[in-house]
Design a protein around this ligand. Structure first.
Ligand code: NAP
Length: 506
């Protein structure tokens, strides 16, 4: 790092953001507020909003209360209920996008194919034949955007409609159909009750592992309450703080083995079991729905109608594994055959794709595929050594249990902005973190992660990488914030220890 020179003009960067979802919109707003006008946001989809554009399955909703699933700088007094539905959340992101007039820096229906760092700049190629050369590059493509459909034997032989929950085929008529749902995660538990309640359906749910389900009633806000949120914005902020406090405490309870961690987990498990005991009377069904691993090991499901719907006459829960898909149905390991017209795969996402499959080359041709061959990791989630002036938003170890991803994106944006400012005024020639600092950071993380419930809870989940190391944050929200409150300048390549401000966030 070189010392700032007040006589030197501040550099005005050209910036490209990949993805116009929740994080891309946040970044674009904050970059513009910092006076950066040479800005382009490229989005592969036909509208902004990322996850909330892609996921249109029946019942799609957020399991984080709406007032805490809102940008801190763009409150929304009009949320219709405690847990807003997907279409409403999508509309919210579109309205913020419009309010900040981001359309003049955004290109839709354009996919980034490659990003290559050469001679101090990023060269970005898109599928529309466009080539952009920029100083700073942000990947805001999200974490769970590549749906995974299992390669079940005979899948191609199935003659009916089949699709992933995140690629819902709205052309397919569901009324009167025999529908199979594979999976019982957060997506499945939201869509299953809707399918069961669709007239004339018969729904067969194929569960591999039971979930911990906590009951949450989705109460509507009255017009009067919405008016209060409008007139008193502090009321909505206070509510958001209270919700996030609860999410922080319950998530932090998953990160350690101290007495209070275990007591909190016991209390969460007791709450979930009480819902199961109250909602399900049939002992055989209850047994099938009872998890045998620690609560929180998989993302806890918040639901209100899942158990109830499963007990309707037109629903069936199958726990035998699927051995094959045939022309007109699904056969299980016991040889039993289920005639099916439509298969829905609610089978989750690849959590380590990030900005891939695009070609991504850093300094001296460094290829992300070889860097991440053995381990997908980053420095403080957002930086990759050898990939200067590049920010990976919501990167490895960003998710904080069930905590609001919007708060995480805002915190990472604020961290990135400090580095951008250091680059602009010459305190950093380039934003590049050292390999040694990255290694040290990950060693510390892994030491802490081994005590978390994701590593010790006895389950398999998308939180775990191929080595069984959790991809989540192993500590409280407060410590996450502290870790990126201000850059630890000594960790950056070319840092001048004499002039570097040291920070206490090691
Ligand atoms: P998921 O949590 O990964 O669940 C996938 C489900 O599919 C699991 O039940 C899994 O079983 C099952 N499965 C996968 N492969 C299978 C196979 N070959 N055979 C049988 N079953 C198979 O995926 P998701 O439900 O889409 O949720 C992913 C994440 O998206 C969530 O954790 C959450 O972060 C986010 N999400 C959030 C909300 C929200 O309300 N905020 C809503 C939806 C999704 P196993 O458990 O045995 O692996």
């Amino acid at each position: 790092m070189t010392k700032g020179n007040s006589a030197k003009a501040r550099r005005q960067p050209s910036v490209l953001i990949i993805g116009a979802g929740m994080t891309g919109i946040c970044l674009a707003i904050k970059l513009r507020e910092a006076g950066i006008s040479d800005l382009l946001m490229i989005e592969k989809g036909s509208s902004v909003g990322g996850t909330w554009r892609e996921n249109t399955y029946p019942g799609v909703a957020c399991d984080i209360p709406s007032h805490a699933y809102t940008y801190s700088f763009a409150q929304n007094p009009d949320w219709s209920s405690l847990l807003a539905g997907g279409a409403e959340i999508h509309a919210y992101f579109k309205s913020v996008f419009e309010q900040y007039q981001l359309d003049n820096c955004t290109r839709l229906n354009e996919k980034v194919l490659s990003s290559v760092y050469q001679e101090g700049r990023w060269h970005v190629q898109t599928d529309q034949g466009n080539h952009h050369t920029v100083d700073l590059l942000f990947a805001a493509s999200g974490m769970l955007h590549q749906p995974v459909t299992p390669e079940l034997p005979g899948r191609a032989e199935f003659s009916g409609a089949q699709f992933h929950s995140a690629q819902w085929n709205h052309e397919v008529e569901l009324e009167g159909k025999r529908i199979a749902v594979v999976g019982t995660g957060s997506s499945a538990t939201q869509l299953i009750p809707k399918l069961i309640n669709t007239p004339g359906t018969r729904v067969t749910v194929f569960q591999r592992t039971p979930q911990w389900v906590v009951k949450v009633e989705n109460e509507a806000y009255s017009a009067e309450e919405q008016q209060q949120f409008r007139n008193q914005p502090d009321k909505a902020r206070k509510l958001a703080r209270q919700i996030l406090w609860v999410y922080d405490k319950t998530t932090t309870a998953l990160t350690g083995q101290r007495l209070w961690h275990r007591l909190m987990r016991l209390s969460m498990a007791w709450n979930a079991r009480r819902y199961l005991n109250q909602a399900v009377k049939n002992p055989e069904l209850k047994r099938k729905l009872t998890p045998d691993y620690a609560i929180g090991c998989k993302r806890v499901v918040l639901a209100s109608g899942f158990y109830e719907a499963l007990q309707q006459d037109n629903a069936e829960l199958i726990t035998d594994s699927i051995s094959a898909i045939e022309d007109n149905g699904i056969r299980t390991s016991t040889g039993e055959f289920h005639e099916i017209d439509v298969i829905v795969y609610a089978t989750g996402f690849n959590p380590v794709a990030y900005m891939r499959p695009m070609k991504f080359l850093g300094q001296d041709g460094l290829d992300i595929e070889s860097v991440w061959k053995d381990k997908v990791q980053a420095y403080r989630s957002v930086l990759l050594p050898g990939f200067p002036n590049f920010f990976l938003m919501i990167g490895p170890n960003s998710p904080i249990g069930n905590y609001s991803i919007i708060s995480i994106a805002e915190a990472q944006t604020a961290y990135a902005m400090q580095l951008v400012e250091a680059w602009r005024d010459g305190r950093l020639d380039k934003i590049d973190v050292s390999a040694a600092a990255t290694q040290e950071w990950n060693q510390k993380l892994r030491a802490k992660l081994k005590d978390t419930v994701w590593a010790t809870g006895g389950c398999n989940s998308w939180y775990l990488d191929a080595d069984g190391d959790p991809l989540s944050w192993p500590d409280s929200w407060q410590n996450f914030l502290r870790s990126i409150e201000s850059p630890k300048w000594d960790d950056f390549v070319g840092a001048n220890a004499g002039s570097a401000e040291s920070s206490a966030n090691a």
